[in-house]
Every structure is written in structure tokens, then in C-alpha cells.
Design a protein. Sequence first.
Length: 69
Amino acid sequence: MRRQAVTSSNISEVGYDENSRTLEVLFSNGSLYQYFDVPPQIYAELERAGSIGQYLNANIKGNFRYARV
């Protein structure tokens, strides 16, 4: 999956695969997580968020299945 760099104190890169609806988040500490069944609109909102980390915590963590890769 191709990821893009983001401006965030805790997140380095994010990527999204529309076919599998998988969001991939690379944290600044090197941890890589995949979140499953994420709708495209949620990823679009994440990209536009003023704070990627706050959006992730408020709208993605705890709402979607995930795995550390």
C-alpha cells in the first residue's frame, strides 16, 4: 500500500486502499497499524483534518478493527 507523509507530532504516514477499505497508519515511533473496513469518507475526513492524531483518536481508534503489522 502506498502511504503519504503527513504533518503530525505522532504520525509519519497514512495510506488507504479503497478496494479492501484498509487504512494504514505509520506512527513516528515506527509502529505500523492497519484499520479495517474504513469507509472512504472517513479517510477523506482524516486527510482534511486539522489534526490527524486527534481525528484518528476521536473517529477511528475504538471504532474499527485493527492489527499491528
